[in-house]
Design a protein around this ligand. Sequence first.
Ligand code: ADP
Length: 446
Amino acid sequence: AGLVAPLVAGLAAAVVLGLMVVMLNQHFRRLRALTGYLGRLRRAGDDSPLPGAPSGGDLLSPGLSEAIAETAREQRERRHDLEDTMALNAAVLAGLPDPLILVAENRRVLRLNPAAEALLGHDLAGRDLALVVRNPALLAAVDAVLEGGEQESVEFAIPGKVERAMAARVLRLPGAARESASVMIALYDLTGVKQSERMRADFVANVSHELRTPLTSLIGFIETLRGPAREDAEAQDRFLKIMEEQSHRMSRLVDDLLSLSRIELQEHTAPSSQSDIEPILRSVASTLELEAARRGMRIEIAAEALPPVIGVRDELTQVFQNLLDNAVKYGEDNTVIRVAARRLARGGAGERRLGRAGVKISVTNEGEGIEREHIPRLTERFYRVDSRRSRRLGGTGLGLAIVKHIINRHRGVLEIESRPDEGATFSVYLPSAAEAAAALATPRAS
Ligand code: ADP
């Protein structure tokens, strides 16, 4: 408008422009520094404080700087809390004894805990669940939960050398996002439970069967005595004798069952008293002498000077009573039953077998012996090579089961050696008391 000379106006415009460039440049540098800082925060791991302005002083106005610094601090704390929680969760998963599998929405395996890896194999993450657990029932349960169900429970078997019975609980995980775990499969191994259920059922069936036979015969004889044999004194005598035998058989069975359950209850607590073996062997032999002599048998005892063993006298008496009773029952007429007791040699095979110093007592009889395939099963309840023969001889089928449980309780070992037609040797290894006392006296290195 002609108010200012063009030169002055030009100069003024240049100065204003120059000042604006300087001011804007500073502003943009601050913005760049702030963008860089926020970028580092987002990438996490940067714990440095809010930087100062490149030209010195606060980057932003003091209020805004503080707000950003506070937000950054809170974010850092939250991140640390999250990391702690994740580490804790990972440790809990790893420490769980039961197998656990986390599965994503697309049914791919995301993660297995060590128990699941031990059961199903390693490096399975990323695979479709159908390739990891090939069981239609479990896969159907997982699909049902993936399609909206809350939870499912199934039982199934994992085939293998030893088939495992498993129970699975399939649970939907809350708030699952894509690519994160949607479903958790918790597995529980039922093999042991199923096995003991079967054993219990078998045991009850066996006991019922053992009791039913003498009971049926008793009922039959009672009916006969009251009916057809009412006037027959000679038949009455014969029948009463059989009835007496059958009653004794039932009574022996009940006694053996009670012994077995009592010993099983105590099996996990080792005895603390000491016993001398030789007097026990002699007293058992003397009670069976008469029965042996009836079959022309003799019982010979060869006992070295033995150290006392850790053991309950009554229980050890029952062990040798059952073993000698079997030797008399199953041994051949007119032979010798040999009982040999000796201290285990230091560092010898016997001591290695027992795992400590001790004694070995063997009961050997001559006779038809036992076929190899029966030997591992002889200590099972009611297992007999020849049931009719055992019953005829008054056996309950529980004698060796009782022996095994008592020896287990005494932390000993039972060894059975036999060859057909040559006879059988039942050996009992028992820890000596001196050894146990020494073990108690020496403090265990931690
Ligand atoms: P049982 O009451 O039938 O004798 P046990 O548990 O004592 O029951 O023994 C189980 C089976 O082991 C017996 O039925 C018998 O077949 C076999 N057995 C035990 N001891 C001997 C032995 N000394 N010689 C041959 N067979 C034996």
